[in-house]
Design a protein around this ligand. Structure first.
Ligand code: FEO
Ligand code: CA
Ligand code: CA
Length: 693
């Protein structure tokens, strides 16, 4: 197969493969600034840090990829430092085991196509795209006639998490609930002037955020939207009820909401989860990037300055300049408004009039998502990562138990489960000798990175938001609103960007995607440790936790240390690395009914488009990784759902590249030709049978 030039995907600043434009709009340029966790709480292991001159090969111009099937490796990756090790020579003369049920498909090769590429014998179709009608009467998408009134009735921008909820009594019909994480105005509005956005553009962008609820119908052509009675749009100015210890506290009251219980809108909703009681959770992630002020403005108090720094709030003009249209987005004018974002949001999609809530008992940080495991007695355990370099992993254990059913009383009870319970943060440890963790990713002598851990309690919440702080020197309200400080004080373990957390419904083991951390081991920063074993970690890893779910102890190991399978610093669960698809920058997780883990990627640092992968977890196939699809150039793969007969993914920001815009596009997906690149949900299926069998 041909060698493809990959200059288009060369990294900015030598950091992750994610484009700088994505960082500016999605996370307020977080990856161009030092990580905000400067706490000196210990990371375990007193480690020898060695100078690493690694992965420079990837930055070389003209990098090419050798596109082959399963077992493909990136020709230019890691060659200079590749040396024979137990991992890199793990090939065997015996034939590899047959792929497990659910993974029997021809792996998609790495590529930089402007297309969704799926396995041979599979079909695909767009389900819904940015601008498509969600509510009856919504106009069809017209890139030249965008306005807030239309956008409020249409599918929002940059779809991320997606949940699919079967509609009782309507076989083949589902509610598709989707997050719209962020807007990238340069890729939305022709002729956009980023120094002077118009009020119409501001209001349209507000309407392009939030969530969509769309009824969809399974057809032989995938999933088709229906203008059903549950359809709804939530935006960055829809009303929300703040509940839990933060509600009504001095930290969240504003002139517009003197009671501190009614918040206008949600922003930067990244990933999420479907609850067992039929609602949807959504994580408010990089909310800080929506707030800004005039250059040189000062925080009113040193405490405000500290808090804003730890949460990445910057006193300078924001990327979208929303603060020039609404003073609530200027912290120097409305200081408490920032404290009303950064929560887990819960939406009951079955009642179009319901007011969604923000659960402050689960803490305030850059929630990637929240995903639930239910113990045999009905206790709910909600796991959530704080997606920032060197930030933490959390769980919330409910004090109440789930009530069965979805009638009004059961729903009312279950929607308060995440308001009463205990919030914990994770501290990891290991007995691997420190001299075996050198930051190179080389496996320890016993063949895997593993250890144990403890959940450290931060906050115990009772009924009506009454709460006890479990952290010395902080009130319960402070822990709920400034949770990162509480976790710093408790001594949590600094992780490599904890993204999605998902419990395997088959085994109960919990998996965490740790995307990357290019500051690991940098001067003044925490060095590699056993769960984050590489300095300058560009490719991320998958953590596997065996948790005492409602308890406080766990054991852990690394399932994958991602990156070029041919490089010495990668580990694919002990599977023969010559037989896997290369995976980099894991982000969102899902399971199929067979118990295989599915991983979508964000920012593939191996100079190929992002994709969706299936990973075997058990037996001789453990660690076998096969790429199921790739998304178009410049896009990120989000929100995977894996059903027996259908897979869906959210294709976020197709064509997003530093040198491009809607006026000079890199992508024309999905329409092709001269079409506008539009974030879209895509369905994939196999006409002749179920997925992967
Ligand atoms: Fe929005 Fe953590 O990715
Ligand atoms: Ca994510
Ligand atoms: Ca992501």
């Amino acid at each position: 197969m041909a060698l493809l030039p990959l200059n288009l995907l060369i990294n900015h600043d030598g950091r992750s493969a994610r484009q700088r434009i994505t960082c500016r709009y999605r996370c307020g340029d977080a990856c161009s600034h030092p990580a905000p966790n400067t706490s000196d709480n210990a990371y375990f292991g007193d480690l020898v840090r060695e100078a690493m001159s690694r992965r420079s090969a990837l930055k070389a111009a003209g990098v090419a990829v050798l596109a082959v099937g399963a077992g493909s490796a990136l020709a230019a990756c890691g060659g200079a430092e590749t040396k024979p090790t137990a991992q890199s020579t793990a090939t065997t003369s015996a034939p590899p085991p047959a792929p497990p049920a659910g993974m029997n498909f021809a792996a998609v090769a790495p590529n930089i196509e402007d297309a969704v590429v799926v396995p041979k014998d599979y079909q695909q179709a767009v389900v819904i795209s940015w601008g498509d009608p969600v509510l009856p009467g919504a106009p069809a998408f017209d890139v030249t006639k965008q306005n807030a009134a239309a956008q409020r009735q249409q599918f929002g921008f940059n779809n991320d998490f997606a949940g699919l909820l079967p509609i009782d009594g309507s076989p083949g019909h589902y509610l598709l609930v989707v997050n719209h994480e962020y807007t990238t105005e340069r890729f939305m509005y022709p002729g956009y002037n980023e120094k002077q956005p118009t009020r119409d553009q501001f209001e349209t962008s507000v309407a392009a955020h939030g969530l969509s609820v769309v009824e969809v119908e399974r057809t032989p052509e995938g999933l088709k939207p229906v203008l059903g009675r549950y359809n709804r749009r939530i935006t960055a100015d829809s009303p929300f009820t703040l509940v839990g210890p933060a509600a009504g506290s001095e930290f969240v009251k504003t002139a517009a909401d003197p009671g501190g219980r009614t918040v206008s809108g949600t922003v930067n909703n990244c990933s999420g989860g479907v609850t067992p009681w039929g609602t949807v959770l959504s994580g408010e992630e990089n909310f800080n990037s929506y707030f800004g002020s005039a250059e040189g403005a000062k925080a009113p108090t040193p405490i405000d300055a500290d808090r804003w720094k730890r949460y990445g709030i910057k006193l300078k003009p924001s990327e979208r300049l929303w603060e020039t249209f609404e003073p609530r987005f200027d912290p120097t004018k409305t200081p408490n408004e920032v404290n009303r974002f950064g929560y887990v949001v819960e939406l009951n999609p079955w009642d179009p009039q319901s007011v969604p809530v923000k659960h402050s008992a689960m803490g305030r940080f850059k929630h990637e998502a929240a995903n639930i495991y239910v113990t045999p007695d009905g206790t709910v355990v909600a796991y959530s990562g704080d997606d920032e370099r060197f930030d933490y992993m959390y769980k919330f254990v409910s004090a109440k138990q789930i009530q069965p059913g979805r009638d009004g009383a059961a729903m009312a009870h279950n929607m308060t489960i995440l308001d009463e319970g205990t919030l914990y943060v994770a501290k990891l440890s290991t007995d691997i000798p420190a001299n075996q963790i050198d930051g190179s990713g080389t496996l320890p002598a016993d063949g895997s990175f593993r250890g144990s851990g403890t959940w450290l309690p931060l906050l115990r919440t009772g009924s009506d938001g009454a709460a006890d702080s479990l952290v010395d020197g902080m009130t319960a309200q402070e822990v709920a609103v400034f949770t990162r400080f509480a976790a710093d004080k408790a001594g949590a373990t600094k992780m490599d960007r904890p993204e999605d957390f998902e419990a395997n419904p088959t085994s109960g083991k919990v998996y965490v995607a740790l995307t990357n951390n290019d500051e690991r081991g940098a001067p003044g920063k925490a060095a590699a440790d056993a769960p984050n074993p590489r300095n300058d970690n560009k490719n991320g890893q998958i953590l596997e936790i065996t948790d005492d779910h409602a308890g406080t102890s766990f054991t852990w190991d690394l399932l994958l240390v991602c990156g070029d399978p041919a490089a010495a610093d990668t580990y694919y669960g002990g599977f023969d690395k010559s037989k896997v698809s290369p995976i980099s920058c894991p982000d969102n997780l899902a399971f199929d009914k067979h118990g295989n883990l599915w991983i979508s990627t964000d920012g593939n640092a191996l100079d190929s488009n992002d994709g969706l992968f299936a990973v075997a977890l058990d037996g001789p196939n453990r660690g076998e990784t096969r790429q199921f699809l790739t998304v178009p150039i410049g896009a990120e793969t989000c929100g995977p759902i894996v059903l027996d007969d259908l897979v869906t993914v959210s294709v976020q920001h197709p064509g997003e590249h530093d040198d491009n815009s809607i006026d000079d596009p890199l992508s024309n997906w999905p329409e092709g030709g001269n079409g506008t690149a539009r974030p879209s949900v895509v369905a994939v299926w196999k006409p002749s049978g179920n997925i992967g069998v």
